[in-house]
Design a protein around this ligand. Structure first.
Ligand SMILES: [Zn+2]
Length: 300
């Protein structure tokens, strides 16, 4: 049996999967607002509670924000900044008395969808998170690609490709760079642009619904969003040539993406436009992909 833990900013979720990938137990608790040490203890408590429920000792995989720096062995790049600078893997292994596998949460999303999710059976999978932030993860033959800096798949902080005149220089990103993909494709950005042009405050998914209902300005904004996503993904396709790209995060619920973006990326990808076979897919497990992918970090 395998335990997967998804360590989020507001909640810690844990599940137990059996050898076939069926869920045997699930537990959700709030992430403590206090110190890093309290967060680590909360993860350990979730593992112990799940194990007592099923009466077995399990392997443990953890999905977390950021990455463990290969150079220092410490967490970096986590938006839950309390984690940064700590050896989360070592601390968990010491308290649990066994090896623990950790991976970036977008990587775990990609592992889950590539294992028994939307992209099951696909050799090269790029998993994308489109939400408040924009992240990504690469899975090759079922295994996450970590990389020399542990940043493989982090396309959110590269510049928007082929910017139009009115997209230069682009918004400043929290990371200090200008015109990052994340600043163009995040949900808050779509919402803010729509609000500036129309005076209406709608969430990203509501803008997409308005577009489907025939609202012209909403349709224009969704089309522009699709074009920016197509440009951004075309660079990933050129380099990685994935069999499937799976979208996750809140904006993955926008249905237009799955028809429009593959149409639009034909003009950007370096291949015969009508023969591109990379598929763009909605997630099978949605919000559960983090915990499932964490459990899948260990073989059954
Ligand atoms: Zn950035």
């Amino acid at each position: 049996m395998r335990i997967g833990i998804d360590l989020g900013g507001t909640k810690i979720e844990g599940i137990v999967l059996d050898a076939e990938g069926s869920e045997k137990a699930r537990l959700r608790t709030e992430t403590p607002e206090g110190s890093y040490e309290q967060g680590v203890e909360a993860i350990v408590a979730v593992v112990r509670e799940l194990e007592s429920r099923i009466g077995a000792t399990c392997s443990v995989g953890v999905a977390h924000p950021g990455a463990i720096s290969p150079a220092t062995g410490l967490i970096k790049n986590a938006n839950s900044t309390r984690l940064n600078g700590h050896p989360l893997d070592k601390d968990l292994e010491r308290l649990l008395g066994r090896p623990v596998r950790l991976q970036n949460d977008a990587n775990c999303f990609a592992v889950s969808e590539a294992s028994d999710g939307a992209a099951a059976g696909c050799g090269i999978v790029f998993g994308v998170i489109l939400g408040t932030g924009v992240g990504g993860g690469v899975v090759i033959d079922g295994r996450p690609l970590t990389g020399a800096q542990a940043i493989a798949g982090e396309w959110g902080h590269t510049p928007l490709p082929q910017p139009r005149d009115d997209e230069r220089p682009g918004p400043r990103c929290y990371c200090g760079r200008i015109g990052c993909v994340e600043t163009w494709l995040s949900g808050p950005r779509l919402q803010a642009e729509f609000e500036r042009h129309t005076g209406r405050t709608l969430r990203a998914t509501e803008i997409a619904e308005a577009a489907e209902a025939g609202h012209r300005r909403a349709a224009e904004h969704i089309e522009l969003y699709c074009d920016r996503l197509a440009r951004s993904l075309s660079v990933v396709i050129n380099i990685l040539d994935p069999h499937a790209i799976v979208l996750g995060g809140g904006l993955s619920k926008i249905r237009q993406l799955y028809t429009r973006v593959p149409e639009l990326w034909k003009q950007y990808v370096f291949s015969e436009p009508e023969l591109i076979v990379t598929r763009l897919l909605p997630p099978r497990f949605g919000d559960s992909s983090g915990v499932r992918g964490a459990a899948w970090l260990w073989p059954a």
